[in-house]
Ligand binder design. Sequence first.
Ligand code: ATP
Length: 251
Amino acid sequence: MMRLEKYRIGYGQCEVARCESDLAFAKAEFISIIGKNGAGKSTLLKSINDRNLRLDGTINIDGYDYETLNAVEKAKKIALVLTEKSFSHFLKVRELLELSRAPYTSFYGKLRDEDQEIIEQVLSDFELAGLAERNLSTLSDGQLQRVLIARSLVQDTPYILMDEPTSHLDINYKTDLLLHLKEYCKSHNKTIIYATHELQIAQALSDKVVSIHEGLAELHAREVFNTSQKLKEIFPSRNISFINGSIQFNF
Ligand SMILES: Nc1ncnc2c1ncn2[C@@H]1O[C@H](COP(=O)(O)OP(=O)(O)OP(=O)(O)O)[C@@H](O)[C@H]1O
């Protein structure tokens, strides 16, 4: 279980969002974070690994205060997929995946058979085998996004946080990949928390939803999608209707 307790996030003294009740994420839950542009979805995800963005509160992970863990222990608990490209573009896809096994390898970084097996499995699951020897700089945005998601699975952590992980993917890859992640989360007992603007997909797949609206982050059961009230509050456009759980565009 990951629990964000008495949590407040922001930059310097400027609060972006706060939680009036603790946010608790259980094993094998697939959780979406929704909210309009600038609501604080990315800040919430980043704050889990970046203490500077936490104005208040603690993170309890599997009974431990997250801050008491060392860097390797943290890397075995949480994998992050962010929108920033914080890696060398001269790396090959396979090398990037190999590096994400670092928390499990010896000081010299020698990969074991088990590490290679995980990498091969993820390359195959994500249809990336053909790109394994390509430089990251040569990939399309969508290909790179699949590689970065694959990297988080290779890291093999109980909690995976993703910021708009499918924003560059075409509709086939998007639906297939999110369904794959949902199945992976159930079969491997992982908790996946992802920020998204894809309300229809979040509605179809999420077990729970975190909404961030006017500075308040709240956790809801998936049923929040079946009633229009919350969604109308967050997305008040007259060009959209939320009727019986379905989203309609009134163009
Ligand atoms: N480095 C920063 N310094 C100060 N304010 C920031 C910084 N980064 C983001 N913000 C502000 O924090 C607020 C939340 O931003 P955040 O990126 O978390 O929103 P978001 O919900 O992920 O938005 P989007 O859907 O547009 O990606 C915004 O008002 C943004 O301008």
